[in-house]
Design a protein around this ligand. Structure first.
Ligand SMILES: Nc1nc2c(ncn2[C@@H]2O[C@H](COP(=O)(O)OP(=O)(O)OP(=O)(O)O)[C@@H](O)[C@H]2O)c(=O)[nH]1
Ligand SMILES: [Mg+2]
Length: 264
């Protein structure tokens, strides 16, 4: 399994400036992080789909970084076995740290691309959007796949989840309106950001939500959005827990304090 030579990224959740691989003629354009926990059934088909979409556009100038938290179903092992036929694939298996938000940033810390992106492993985020997002990021610092534009929707999301999501958005609009008014779907987990917009900035996400950290702390001047319909999880079980909503409220309070400190 390919793990970083220097080990897994640790310390502050801060993406470094990009370093060119010595002698590399084909710099990596896109680094796509797939955080996984118990996605053994989904990961193979997802990687194949991503490959079919990105190979024609980027050839070898992209990487997919699976960041797995030592899943009991062996997702890391399934992914690692696919590396032999897929040189663009990197697999990081974590056993000291857990959680979706930190997995995404750790993946970016290990990444070589100028464009940093993330997508869920369960097919709720249609990979077919990736080429369009790549087009849009040419003129933007951040591209968000949104469920809340004319072209997007929550699809068949169960009513309770929809209510929770709406409540979370309302809480954000109330506590940190300057962050939540910037984009239609600040709770999206499917987006691309240019490295310079976040490099050298410590992100402090809690639970599941990283995008609001980027909107709050990053150097994001231009944002583009593209609508999508959220799909049903293809296989396996949701990892979303009530605890993550509590984490989210803690994160909102932290971001509110951060913006208060910046203004004073
Ligand atoms: N590395 C890592 N990945 C995680 C963790 N929790 C969730 N994930 C991954 O993050 C993505 C989103 O998690 P989901 O369990 O689908 O959560 P969700 O999409 O909010 O919930 P559903 O709508 O019910 O699917 C998936 O790819 C998960 O495998 C975690 O603790 N560590
Ligand atoms: Mg999901």
């Amino acid at each position: 399994m390919s793990i970083l030579k220097s080990g897994l990224p640790a310390g502050a959740l801060m993406v470094p400036a990009r370093t060119e691989e010595p002698g590399s003629t084909e710099p990596i354009v896109l680094s796509l992080v797939v955080p996984t926990y118990n996605e053994a059934v989904n990961i193979g088909p997802l990687l194949q789909r991503i490959r079919n979409l990105l190979d024609p556009v980027l050839g070898s100038r992209y990487e997919v970084i699976v960041v797995d938290d030592n899943s009991p179903d062996g997702t890391w092992d399934v992914a690692a076995r696919l590396q032999a036929g897929y040189p663009q694939l990197v697999v990081l298996r974590r056993d000291r740290e857990k959680g979706l938000a930190s997995a995404v940033v750790r993946g970016w810390q290990a990444a070589g691309g100028d464009i940093l992106a993330t997508i869920n492993a369960d097919f709720q985020h249609p990979p077919e959007l990736l080429p369009q997002m790549l087009d849009l990021i040419r003129d933007a610092d951040l591209v968000i796949a949104t469920r809340l534009s004319a072209a997007g929707s929550f699809g068949d999301m169960p009513p309770l989840r929809r209510l929770l999501s709406r409540g979370a958005k309302r809480a954000g609009e109330f506590l940190v309106p300057h962050i939540f008014s910037r984009v239609s779907d600040p709770l999206s987990g499917y987006y691309m950001v240019r490295r310079p917009a976040i490099e050298g900035i410590e992100l402090r996400p809690a639970g599941f939500k990283t995008l609001i950290e980027i909107l709050a702390r990053g150097r994001v001047r231009t944002v583009a959005e593209c609508g999508y319909t959220m799909q049903k999880r293809r296989s396996g079980q949701s990892n979303a827990k009530l605890r993550h909503w509590m984490d989210f409220l803690i994160q909102l309070r932290r971001l509110r304090a951060h913006s208060g400190a910046r203004q004073s």
